[in-house]
Design a protein around this ligand. Structure first.
Ligand SMILES: Nc1nc2c(ncn2[C@@H]2O[C@H](COP(=O)(O)OP(=O)(O)OP(=O)(O)O)[C@@H](O)[C@H]2O)c(=O)[nH]1
Length: 249
């Protein structure tokens, strides 16, 4: 993880930008919306690696503890519209989380709560603290992502987070659920768990996660044109409470 105290000048508002001159047909074709997505989770769960994988398609050869906040971007096209995801990789270590990360909660559109499937917490509620985060995030799109599925060992189920428990937890907190591996592209269903005669583990491809998050964001937001600056439209997002009931994919 690079040490990077991201500058406030970077797109703190959701924006609909027209990269070429206003009013021309080509500007309409090249428009895109930018959405800020926070990656949150305990230290070592793989936020940085997942951010790299989601944005660059690669697992980083070296990952160090994040200090402060770093971000990476990925643009995808959904139904003819370019959606830019700006993934903000926050520090998992408590000392950084408390002091700095909250500064970056502003103008967030979605949150990915990451946990390590090989590290069961004493209770599901301690993966993240709804009480603490609800204040900021209750109106946002929220996703629960189990990472490091490649490290699951069927014979050691008691040392891993039960997927059904995680799915129930996600549903009860209005989150969409994914389980994946930033390191090794997972098969959709864990063959190991099938062999062991257990409930098959559902696994999600990184690309599916990117497209689902972008698609949900595209449908979740409505925009208000608020100002025009520097030859580009600046559009402020109007946040709408999500009515849709989530289901696991
Ligand atoms: N096997 C496996 N290892 C992973 C995976 N994702 C991350 N790791 C490893 O887990 C360790 C921690 O990864 P990071 O991405 O730095 O974790 P982080 O959540 O960003 O940690 P902080 O910056 O301290 O908050 C590294 O050694 C990674 O190589 C994965 O999907 N599978």
């Amino acid at each position: 993880t690079n040490m990077c105290f991201a500058s406030q000048k970077f797109l703190m508002e959701s924006s609909l930008e027209f990269s070429s001159s206003l009013g021309s047909a080509s500007s309409l074709l090249s428009r895109h919306r930018t959405f800020k997505v926070l990656m949150i989770g305990d230290s070592g769960v793989g936020k940085t690696c997942l951010t790299h994988r989601l944005c660059a398609g690669q697992f980083p050869c070296r990952a160090e503890a994040t200090i402060g906040v770093d971000f990476r971007e990925r643009t995808v096209e959904i139904d003819g519209e370019k959606i830019k995801l700006q993934l903000w990789d926050t520090a998992g270590q408590e000392r950084f989380r408390k002091s700095m990360v909250q500064h970056y909660y502003r103008n967030v559109h979605a949150v990915l709560f990451i946990y390590d499937v090989t590290c069961p917490a004493p209770s599901t509620d301690s993966w993240w603290q709804p009480g603490q985060y609800n204040l900021y995030f209750s109106f946002l799109l929220r996703f629960l992502v189990g990472n490091k599925s490649d490290l699951r060992v069927p014979t050691r189920a008691d040392h891993q987070v039960n997927q059904q428990t995680a799915i129930s937890f996600a549903k009860s907190h209005g989150m969409m659920f994914f389980e994946t591996s930033a390191k090794i592209p997972p098969n959709r269903l864990s063959k190991a768990s099938q062999r062991a005669g257990q409930t098959p583990i559902q696994l999600h491809q990184i690309e599916d996660i990117v497209l689902t998050v972008a698609g949900k964001l595209k449908r979740h937001k409505s925009v208000n044109y608020s100002s025009v600056c520097n030859g580009s439209f600046k559009v402020t997002s109007k946040k709408i409470a999500e009515k849709e009931s989530w289901s696991c994919c």
